[in-house]
Design a protein around this ligand. Sequence first.
Ligand code: MG
Length: 338
Amino acid sequence: MKVNFKTYNLPFKHPFTISKGTKTHQPTLIVELEFMGIKGYGEAPAISYYNIPVEKMVEDLERKKMFVEKFAFSDPERYWHYLHHLFPANSFLVCALDMAGWDLYGKLKRKPLHELWNLDITKSPVTDFTIGIDTIENMVSKMKEKPWPIYKIKVGVENDIEMVAALRKNTDAVFRVDANAGWTLEQALQKIPLLKDLGVEMVEQPLAKDNWEDMKILYEQSALPLYADEACVFEMDVEKCYQHFHGINIKLTKCSGITPARRMITKARKLNMEVMVGCMNESSVGTAAIAQLAPLLDKVDMDGPLLLSEDIAEGVGFDFGKIIYNDKAGLGITLKEF
Ligand code: MG
């Protein structure tokens, strides 16, 4: 097997702000695995609060490339275990390689992954479209620029109720909010009923990721379903979220790929928890991986390519939030340049 990689700095259409800060570009790593003349691709975007910059992914990959190439590839699950032990401290890099392994596997079998997993794509939920934090005027205009059936609104700032109320005046769409750990228990208890009255259907990561004690109180009193994001990173976190959150938001990059994400979905279902898969502003490469899993989910947040002004691949389409699939093998994508 041969490994290649390329790094990109993908520009956002508008600067993207959440409660943790603003960015204008999304650094990302694309890896290519070549086996028997067939090429599979995977992606891992860098997210500053997880402390794995693209440079670190490249450094680790270059240092152990020989071992990645040496593996006798037959199935992606075995490959993930190998990678997981090879890069124990770099889940992002493991994600990119695992995803490329699945793309390669689908291409070797000449089938889209959702077909290999026997999933019914008519069951895929509609994706939301994210509105980052901005002035109220700009948030309203960004929303009007993109008519969509579900919006995910970034909150976690002082005037967030005012922001959501202003958006509500301009649409009947479903709202979700994501506080990105920006509230205290008192703020959450006060804001959540107001958000429910504004037609919000769920709240993502209201409190700090390790504030389990207050989460338990909020879980018992919340008028809206609560989803864990920053508090649910790896497989072992699913159980911790039980009876602290109603659902989990899995991200392929943070959990280290498609392989552990599938196990997390199974585990959450056993605990009667709702499941969402979210994006980290991936290009269409990483987003295509989410699309393959979508029939298994209650909610999906895969608007990454819609927020970017340049995409590096094609294959994932949307029709007013509905995912448009193609019949190409693996992830179903074609890279524009690599
Ligand atoms: Mg989130």
